[in-house]
Design a protein around this ligand. Structure first.
Ligand code: SF4
Length: 366
């Protein structure tokens, strides 16, 4: 992205004309239908532990928050949730936890992954696709989990501005270390996802334009972005958002711009988006998102997995209804991998035709 394009993008965020939102949604929808069709793929989200060794200033799971009840699901519980999702037609799950980097923890989840990958549904010959979101681990640990059978990894940079990154994390967490992790994941062969929060204290529209440039430069396969929603029991909640007054509208614009700039990546309609606006899911999809992450975490544990305040949950029927109302189709029994990944691997050389399962047939590993 040139300097001029970045200024133009920042200008879009500054512009308060509502007709601009309509134009952006139309353009994003056009790009998405051309490159990905109307499919929306679910990733059943299993938040298997809210324990975390980190202390990010914005997150309700930070180790310094003594007001939450910590939990860690048992091996059998995770496997059962995954297989229930599988038999219901979700062909992918996302295993998420706080950052737990001991070898005991990584061995634990590698064993869970191997067990899940050993199953085959009677309705689908392929195994369950597994995305991980477990934070910063060592190269060796990422490789261990890849060899166990995971093939996608989400690691949000949260902001591509190194100074802002340092303001929202304690000194022991480094921007460069996060970049090294993203590079390691790509080198190992994962489909790599990242993302940012929108509306952080101290964040500017120019930062968001730089974020888009960062995603392109990193050639990412998947993107997860959501509005920053303060959690009352965190240090960042005491700071004001000075420069981005409407995080929801800005997030929708950011999604639409991302879809226009990166038409073949997978992009999530985040739960945060759904949590701050009744039509958050529908608008996120119209802005180009093609992935949803229904929460499968047991009801008893959900209230303890609050990265931000007032997290909302949609049941399957509501999700299906909203996707249909937005003009798209909830697509079961397919992995729905990012076409961009196959293109950068040289496995998809012609323009992707959105026929539904062509990504599955080109998958390099199951
Ligand atoms: S953002 Fe992730 S690493 Fe940071 S405190 Fe929350 S769960 Fe832990």
């Amino acid at each position: 992205m040139t300097h001029t394009s970045k200024i133009k993008i920042a200008d879009i965020f500054h512009n308060t004309d509502p007709s601009l939102d309509r134009q952006l949604l139309e353009k994003a929808d056009h790009c998405r239908r051309q490159h990905l069709g109307s499919a929306v793929y679910p990733r059943g989200l299993i938040e298997y532990s809210n324990c975390c060794r980190r202390n990010c200033f914005y997150c309700g799971l930070r180790r310094g928050n003594s007001l939450i009840r910590r939990y860690h699901l048992q091996r059998e519980q995770i496997i059962e949730l995954a297989l229930q999702a599988y038999d219901a037609g979700y062909q992918s799950i996302c295993l998420q936890s706080g950052e737990l980097s001991s070898s005991k923890e990584v061995d634990f989840i590698a064993d869970v992954i191997r067990t899940i990958k050993g199953y085959r549904s009677k309705n689908s010959g392929q195994g369950l696709g597994i995305t991980l979101s477990l934070g910063e681990l060592t190269y060796k640990q990422y490789r261990q989990l890849w060899e166990a059978g995971a093939h996608r990894y989400l690691l949000r940079i949260e902001t591509s501005n190194p100074l802002l990154f340092q303001k929202i994390h304690p000194p022991e967490q480094s921007y460069n270390r996060r970049l090294e992790c993203l590079d390691a994941l790509r080198e190992i062969g994962y489909q790599v996802g990242t993302g940012v929060m929108i509306g952080l204290p101290g964040q500017s529209y120019e930062d968001l334009a730089t974020d888009l440039e960062f995603f392109q430069a990193k050639d990412i396969d998947m993107l997860g972005m959501g509005p920053y929603i303060p959690h009352p029991d965190t240090p960042l909640a005491r700071q004001k958002t000075e420069f981005i007054p409407d995080a929801f509208t800005t997030t929708i614009r950011m999604l639409a711009l991302a879809r226009i700039l990166m038409p073949d990546i997978n992009m999530v309609a985040s739960t945060a988006l759904q949590s701050i606006h009744p039509d958050g899911l529908k608008l996120g999809l119209k802005a180009g998102a093609n992935i949803v992450m229904p929460v499968l975490t047991p009801e008893d544990n959900r209230k303890d997995y609050m990265l931000y305040a007032n997290k909302k949950f949609s049941n399957f029927e509501r999700l299906k209804h909203d996707i249909h109302e937005a003009g798209y189709e909830l697509t079961l029994w397919q992995w729905g991998d990012s076409p961009h990944y196959f293109k950068r691997q040289g496995l998809l050389t012609t323009d992707y035709a959105p026929t539904g399962d062509s990504t599955c047939s080109l998958r390099s590993r199951i």
